[in-house]
Design a protein around this ligand. Sequence first.
Ligand SMILES: Nc1ncnc2c1ncn2[C@@H]1O[C@H](COP(=O)(O)OP(=O)(O)OP(=O)(O)O)[C@@H](O)[C@H]1O
Ligand SMILES: [Mg+2]
Length: 216
Amino acid sequence: MSARFVIVGTDTGVGKTIFSAGLVGVLDGFYWKPVQAGLDAETDSQVVARLSGVSAARILPEMWRLRTPASPHLAAQLDGVCIDPLALEPPECAGPLVIETAGGVMTPLTIDTPTIDVLARWRLPVIVVARTALGTINHSLLTLEALRRRNIPICGAAFVGDEDRAARDAISRMGQVADLGRLPRIAPLTQENLRDAFANAFALADLLKGYPPCLS
Ligand SMILES: Nc1ncnc2c1ncn2[C@@H]1O[C@H](COP(=O)(O)OP(=O)(O)OP(=O)(O)O)[C@@H](O)[C@H]1O
Ligand SMILES: [Mg+2]
């Protein structure tokens, strides 16, 4: 079985999709966004297709595509559909798989099911993507605590944004988590620039260390 990673965020908009695109590219892997909420702008799958450099066939179809850019439970309600969390199973594929969750770990898939319940069932190693901006220590430590409480394996924390060494040190020490590296702001955000920045920021060996199961 190839490596399978779940990319979770400390919040929405922290850089999960850009990190995922970099990781899929460096692994020459597959990408899966189980639930996409919001279809008017470029979807996360389309961003990864554009920035990762992998072929379109490696972007696996979402299980739920919802029109409204909102929490999945609400977007589903507005579309008149019901997400069945038990139906969410990582697809089989012939290579490493990167799965990007929606929002943060407590983001509801239904009013009764936060995303983290599905992660607890899967027991796949997660990479926590965190901002470096103010507020990240609190969000990151809360996310790590919630994951640990459910015995979800954690590969480490990956940071996105301008350098904040003090915040990273606090998170890795207080959260007892590996600091995998930091992806800086990339401008312009092109496939080539992302590939280079990702290779500079993260050592593939660190990301794959102990896989499986990356228990921390
Ligand atoms: N390293 C970076 N350099 C430049 N822009 C970035 C970088 N990382 C993220 N961004 C930008 O920040 C915004 C949010 O990033 P991204 O879409 O990856 O977040 P997300 O955590 O996947 O959000 P969501 O919860 O909606 O899936 C996007 O406009 C993205 O292009
Ligand atoms: Mg995203």
